[in-house]
Design a protein around this ligand. Sequence first.
Ligand code: GLN
Ligand code: ZN
Length: 745
Amino acid sequence: MSTAFGQSTVLGYPRIGANRELKKAVEAYWAGAIDATVLERTGATLRAEVWRTLRNARLDAIPSNTFSYYDHMLDTAVAVGAIPHRFARLGLSELDTYFAMARGVDAEPALELTKWFATNYHYLVPEIGPDTVFAPNPAKALREYGEARDLGVTTRPVLVGPATFLLLAKGDEPFARLDDLVDTYVGILASLAEAGVAWVQLDEPGYVADRSPAEIDALRRAYTRLGEATHRPRIFVATYFGDLGDALPALLATPVEAIGLDLVAGPGNLERLAAAGPLRGTTVVAGLVDGHNIWRTDLRAAVTAGATVAGLADHFAVSTSCSLLHVPVDLSVETRLDARLYERLAFARQKVDEVVLLGRALRDGTAHLPAPLPPAPAAWRNDDVRARLAALGPADRQRGGYGERAARQQERLRLPELPTTTIGSFPQTGELRRARAAHRAGTLDDAGYTARMRAEVEHVVRLQEQLGLDVLVHGEPERNDMVQYFGEQLDGFAATEHGWVQSYGSRCVRPPVIYGDVARPAPMTVEWSSYAQSLTGKPVKGMLTGPVTILAWSFVRDDQPLADTADQVALALRDECRDLEAAGIRVIQVDEPALRETLPLRAADHPAYLDWAVGAFRLATAGVADDTQIHTHLCYSEFGDVINAIDALDADVTSIEASRSKMEVLDDLAAIGYRRGVGPGVWDIHSPRVPSLDEVVEALRRAVAAVPARRLWVNPDCGLKTRAYPEVEASLRRLVAAAAEVRNR
Ligand code: GLN
Ligand code: ZN
């Protein structure tokens, strides 16, 4: 049995299959259309395909246990026996218990779902407390290892490491359970060794964020203990998404045999490594190929960085910066991309080739590397946009004073106290989706499509009038997705046909690619908003997606600062705002649900990020007159770290998810002296449940206690597109009634 790590590896590979086979199989299983045996057969086929692909690409260290029916954090919870009692007691099969934790069952809500670091992947949050009983359950890892071995492929099982697992868990002091959990990992490692496993990969990305000295010391102790275990495979601790900081020397002080560093998102790792002194045999696995973006690697630059690492370590290997889970499977199936863009892209399959090439080049020299890419085509440059950006000054991001604006807006809008509104989308019925699909396929012509969408807009407007809402929306029936919709209309964006990436469970997204300068050839939303406005005397909100969210949910060019790309998007939105205004739209909402989610992992990097993120939003919105009311909308997160930024956005009104957290965000806003309008969500739209009148009144009472009524808006937590009409009508009726009741007090 060889003990060398190998010279090339990847930290993980997409598991959904080239045609989203996993999504289809899992959903069929949930729907009762296939049984567990068929689902498991699909899983086995997909796993085998990945191993064969990696072997045929001549990657020499191949991971396993990176497959998952839902999520790898959930898999790790199962591997350490951390199945909360509330699920264990249901008495379901192993597989159904697993899915119950992931999706909930009638009586038992699912584990919480939250973002995996700064990616668009979401993991299930393990529930760990003082009474959690850990017990090693290496069955899945062993099964996958055995399956691969039967195919002639030796693999390295991957698990989330114990420290990160607990750092990401919730409950009563999960991290206090580290010693117990490490004992469980000792048991898992022993079983793996017993089965002949030579290397195991334990992922500890939790340490690229700010960690206390105690947490770093706990990491050192955990891996010292694991390293001292007598019966174990060699341990590879993988880290990714940034700089490891002080955790790097801590890990180097343990007996682990290999450490993985992200040299794409964490360039500081190189200096740390150099400062660490002689590495006494530790293998350094250098993450040189970006696993979080879709651009081809500059192989010559990567060889230079790799050579630096090789000079510091006795043993070293080339890898991806993180798991390839975050990029689409295979570029070669794309048939509609511009050839000049195509040649600059690399998806998971292509990135494996890059890793292999880099490994060879570092051994044999760069003579066999493919020719460097030609410079980006001149046509991707837009000199007008660049000139506009260069000419911007602070005044372009500054509106008049809020007090004056608020007065003028009220004069024009004449809204009651506690105005009611919604966040934008109304239910996306099957019929609407079919109409959009038919239009795309060419079976529904433009006129037919427009007529269909207008009918929907009219229906939504009439419904809102009937319900008595104060500020209306057009309902967004024409939008497949709030980013894709704009990507399809802006220059500098490309859409892929098959570029799916797992978002969570069976849910996949297909992010657009921002490859060139962004510009708006024509208005994007004016037609729909002004049609809606023509139907009613009440104000209709224009509805746009903000620059930060557009970037967060796209693959973004990496040849210029994100700030510049964000400002280009902002200029396009600024023009759209002006056009909406000219068309008689008096209220414009610019959604930024991703503002919090792309916040850097380390606090030291927050100011620079918030500076450009807020700056881009202001650039997008500051071009309108004072009496045009700008709204923004935030959701999906806790807002503590961005609370000042919310104020700095300078929107007239911010609607914000709040119902689950019982309006806490209002206290946070009050604490920083936030003085503008705010619409805390009073109806949790993530569930089909219709809130009772009392609940909404109670939520509003809490809100009125924290915010003066004249600044308070009444709205749901988020858009209604995933809901059905019956619950939407019933809930909105309650919402309007609750506002009236609280108003009359
Ligand atoms: N306007 C969007 C909608 O209502 C906002 C969605 C979001 O915040 N994610 O669907
Ligand atoms: Zn939202």
